[in-house]
Design a protein around this ligand. Structure first.
Ligand SMILES: Nc1ncnc2c1ncn2[C@@H]1O[C@H](COP(=O)(O)OP(=O)(O)OP(=O)(O)O)[C@@H](O)[C@H]1O
Ligand SMILES: [Mg+2]
Ligand SMILES: [Zn+2]
Length: 560
């Protein structure tokens, strides 16, 4: 096909939009591919939708290749379904009522609806199955940002697997992991497969696909030797060991008047900040006060602590602290505290300075196991330069985007929604499920984050809105336009999707727009090239130019 640019709705912009920070946000806007309707609500303009649909095509092929069956479920769901699974209280959920006052939600994902359908089946003979669809999701995100990176309405491919046992679930999960790798490879996106926190979805195993990017909300932690990759929220790092002062036979009080920070404390005592500890009292859902302890130079990772506690938590209030410790909030430490203590594994060995549960005093020589008992858990935030947990390489940090996410759900949804099956012996069990999501819009933004230069987007070929961009120079005067049309049609006959710039614009503007749009092959037809009965071919990715006789172009392009 040949699309004439004079007819295309492709409003390009010379300058960056004022409110945009992410490169993908700027370039997708400037290239005329997307436009904002309201915060987190975006329209894809025609060329942008072509890119989106190319990604959709790749995802669909890979899902079909693992035996996925495409279906289609409505965005709107009755609130009852979400009440049954307890997800009705999720803050991101859009809720509304119909004219009769009946409550509905905009699905932010489709576990409830698909499990509702699957509950119709009842035999082991119906298993396993993989069902998927492409459907709009609504999410009332607290902070929409970055163009397509975090939006409030987007198309997701969400797939669901149904198996009779853990072994089957594992097979379905691995199939999806393979399909996801192939999708991102085909999109030519650099990504890392990392173990992830299953968060509020409540599953036993999950993998995130993270793409390094100039802008993103995840931090990817990798080992310089390539044997470790994780999301910062769950990454493990091995920090340098502290320089300990001389060991003491028992904890010894030391007056530390007016000292409130770890830096002041370390300086005052003349010790390494890494040889101090920091205590954070938190209160779990059932009201228990727990003391979390990390090294003085570390920060507490709340997601890790929540996982260790198997409960969300909040900072304890002053009253709760006084009651649990009999001390002021500023002076807390583990010695003498009778409640539960979770200590970071860095505190397992050695003696640390700790709060004395007495304002203006600390304890030196506090040793876990001797002076207090605690659960050991990794609850610290790793820092760049920590050693890798697998080797002695250093950890590197990069900003990244989550492209996709796959989970084992087990019976999290099948149990409350009654999706069960009878086995050969007539024994009833809940179906075991997995769920597998990917947002083509976010993948599109990630592709731009990774593939661009100072002039614009450099689309990977499988995602490009067109394969070739033919530019008719000299205001597209007839003697240039006619040969340009022939060139475009010739390429189209060869199977390429072609955009023909037949507008009256000056050459400089045409080149600038072409660079911005980032079509992989640019073919320029002008008076000069025609004098040679030739065209100029430029590869967008490398900037390599060549003048090619007109009749050779198609063959040359096929070689690329
Ligand atoms: N607000 C959003 N905007 C654009 N794409 C999104 C958004 N939320 C999720 N996605 C896409 O849908 C996929 C699956 O959704 P899932 O519910 O697993 O995401 P999530 O864990 O909520 O993601 P995040 O941690 O970024 O909020 C994501 O990997 C991403 O590609
Ligand atoms: Mg989310
Ligand atoms: Zn390593």
């Amino acid at each position: 096909m040949v699309r004439r640019q004079s007819e295309l709705f492709l409003p390009t912009l010379r300058d960056d939009p004022a409110d945009a920070e992410a490169v993908s946000h700027k370039l997708l806007m400037r290239a005329g591919l997307i436009r904002q309707v309201s915060a987190g609500l975006w329209s894809f303009l025609p060329a942008g939708w072509r890119v989106h649909e190319k990604i959709v095509g790749i995802v669909r092929e890979e899902m079909d290749a693992i035996g996925g069956q495409e279906m289609f479920m409505p965005v709107i769901a009755p609130a009852e379904l979400w009440e049954k699974t307890g997800r009705i209280t999720i803050p991101e959920l859009f809720r509304f009522a119909d004219r009769g006052g009946r409550q509905f939600i905009l699905s932010m994902t489709h576990e409830e609806t698909v499990t509702f359908h699957f509950s119709e089946l009842s035999s082991y003979r119906d298993l396993p199955k993989i069902l998927y669809h492409f459907q709009t999701k609504g999410r009332d995100e607290p902070r929409p940002r970055g163009g397509l990176l975090r939006v409030r309405e987007f198309v997701m491919k969400d797939a669901y697997s149904f198996d009779r046992d853990e072994e089957g679930l594992d097979i379905s999960f691995q199939k999806h992991a393979g399909a996801y790798r192939r999708m991102f490879d085909r999109c030519e996106i650099e990504y890392y497969e990392v173990e992830a926190e299953s968060g509020m979805m409540g599953g036993s195993e999950s993998i995130d696909y993270l793409a390094p990017s100039g802008s993103g909300e995840n931090t990817l932690v990798t080992c310089e030797n390539g044997d470790y990759a994780a999301d910062l929220e769950i990454a493990r790092g091995v920090p340098r060991p502290p320089v300990f002062p001389e060991a003491l036979d028992r904890p010894t009080e030391v007056a530390t008047p007016g000292i409130t920070t770890i830096e002041e404390l370390a300086e005052f005592l003349g010790i390494d900040p890494a040889a101090t500890s920091k205590a954070m009292p938190v209160t779990t859902l059932d009201g228990t006060v727990v003391l979390a302890l990390v090294r003085g130079d570390d920060r507490l990772e709340e997601a890790k602590l929540a996982a260790a506690l198997r409960s969300p938590f909040r900072q304890s209030t002053e009253d709760e602290i006084r009651e649990a410790f009999g001390a002021d909030p500023g002076s807390l430490g583990p010695v003498g505290f009778r409640g539960e203590i979770v200590a970071d594994t860095t505190l397992s060995e050695g003696q640390f300075v700790a709060g004395a549960n007495r304002t203006g005093w600390h304890l030196r020589g506090v040793q876990l196991g001797r002076d207090f008992e605690a659960r050991h858990a990794d609850i610290r935030v790793p820092v760049e330069g920590d050693a890798c947990p697998n080797c002695d390489g250093r950890l590197r940090f990069q900003t990244a985007i989550e492209l996709g996410h796959i989970f084992k759900l087990g019976s999290r949804y099948s149990a409350p929604l009654g999706a069960s099956f009878l086995d050969e012996e007539g024994v009833e069990s809940p179906v075991l499920m997995g769920c597998y999501g990917i947002g083509p819009g976010r993948v599109m933004a990630a592709a731009v984050e990774q593939h661009h230069d100072e002039h614009g987007i450099v689309w990977p070929r499988p995602l490009a809105p067109y394969d070739a961009h033919v530019l008719a120079l000299h205001g597209a005067a007839d003697e240039v336009l006619q040969p340009a049309v022939e060139v475009a049609e010739d390429l189209s006959d060869g199977g390429l999707e072609v955009l023909l710039d037949d507008r009256a614009q000056r050459p400089g503007e045409k080149f600038a727009d072409a660079d911005l749009l980032g079509v992989p092959l640019r073919v320029t037809v002008g008076k000069k090239t025609l004098e040679d009965d030739a065209v100029d071919l430029r590869i967008r990715a490398t900037g390599a130019d060549e003048r090619i006789p007109r009749e050779m172009l198609r063959r040359r392009v096929e070689e690329l």
